[in-house]
Write a protein that binds this ligand. Structure first.
Ligand SMILES: NC(=O)c1ccc[n+]([C@@H]2O[C@H](COP(=O)([O-])OP(=O)(O)OC[C@H]3O[C@@H](n4cnc5c(N)ncnc54)[C@H](OP(=O)(O)O)[C@@H]3O)[C@@H](O)[C@H]2O)c1
Length: 301
């Protein structure tokens, strides 16, 4: 990396996570910031604030090398393309190859905890293959192995509050849920620091919580009794299908429960604090500060 301030690039900068990372880099005056997206017009506010906005689509490999040129460190945000076998691996591999060709020295990637072949979680394979492509490149890398966003709980717990029951196939397993805001903070810090080697960091909340813990937190926040009802995974899938979800989606969602039951998301790491110098937000704090959104979901059901 040059002696002066580095040039840092964020892909997918119009997504929730990407937008927040760019904001944090601007606040920190971390260097020259390049933001890439499929739709540059969505980032006109960033252009006005000095961010270099470029078009880049992982499905269009030709667009990537020019978009990534002149960059020291690049944050590769995993895409939201699910349900098309091999598609996301191809997209991410295109990005990794282009980064290397463009002369990028270090790639930070948003992965998942424990993405090894033992993971039943539907998205683990994509992350594992992307990590393999990064390891096979000549670049330095940081795998940010994010736990499940606590933000995802607003929907499921809102529904549980409405029903008075929280259904899950996670058994007594625990997950160290982390807020999307903290994932953004970790990503901005990992991109802006001077580390150029190779590291894999679990990005987690401050504690692991069980489904019974979540039911208790939901009861406390809503003032309504929520009981945890453990289910077998097949029963959970059938329930979701009966509620209107396509079976492949229901089966995919249920793999997160299986992963939690197997303990793959239960380890608590101090990597967030080491990267950012602050404590991550707990699930209870996050849900309490999003009480209105939680109760709105409950009312809507
Ligand atoms: N840990 C978790 O619990 C959890 C939960 C949900 C998602 N995720 C993962 O974390 C990522 C970021 O989360 P988020 O909340 O910011 O999701 P989001 O708001 O849905 O953003 C989707 C992202 O995918 C990018 N993208 C889609 N197709 C692309 C393509 N062809 N080329 C390049 N980029 C493409 C978008 O970039 P542009 O639109 O700017 O091009 C955007 O950054 C998700 O995409 C997903 O992989 C993790």
């Amino acid at each position: 990396m040059s002696e002066q301030q580095p040039t840092l690039l964020v892909t997918g900068a119009s997504g929730h996570l990407g937008r927040r990372v760019v904001e944090l880099l601007l606040e920190a005056q971390a260097g020259t910031i390049v933001a890439t997206t499929r739709t540059p017009e969505k980032l006109s506010d960033f252009s006005q604030r000095g961010v270099i906005v470029r078009q880049a689509d992982f499905d269009d490999p030709e667009s990537l090398v020019p978009a990534f040129t002149g960059v020291d460190k690049l944050l590769l945000i995993s895409t939201d393309v699910l349900g098309i076998p091999g598609k996301r691996i191809q997209q991410h591999t295109n990005a990794v190859k282009a980064a290397e060709k463009a002369g990028v020295k270090h790639v930070v990637y948003t992965s998942i905890m424990n993405p090894g072949p033992e993971s039943p979680i539907v998205v683990a394979h994509d992350h594992r293959e992307t990590e393999a492509a990064m390891k096979a490149s000549g670049m330095g890398w940081t795998m940010l192995r994010n736990n499940i966003y606590a933000d995802m709980l607003l929907g499921s717990l809102g529904q549980a509050i409405q029903m008075g029951k929280l259904f899950s196939a996670a058994g007594d397993g625990k997950a160290a849920y982390v807020t999307r805001e903290d994932c953004a903070r970790a990503a901005a810090a990992a991109l802006a620091d001077s580390f150029m080697g190779q590291r894999a960091l679990d990005i987690t909340g401050p504690e692991a919580v069980s489904q019974a813990d979540l039911a208790k937190i939901a009861s406390e926040i809503s003032g309504q009794e929520v009981t945890y009802i453990p289910l077998e995974v097949d029963v959970l899938v059938d329930n979701m299908v009966n509620a209107g979800l396509p079976r492949p989606l229901a089966e995919g969602l249920a793999t997160f429960d299986t992963g939690i039951a197997q303990g793959l998301l239960g380890d608590v790491s101090n990597a967030f604090e080491e990267l950012t110098g602050s404590k991550p937000t707990s699930v209870a704090e996050f849900l309490a500060s999003n009480r209105e959104a939680l109760l709105q979901v409950a009312d809507a059901h």
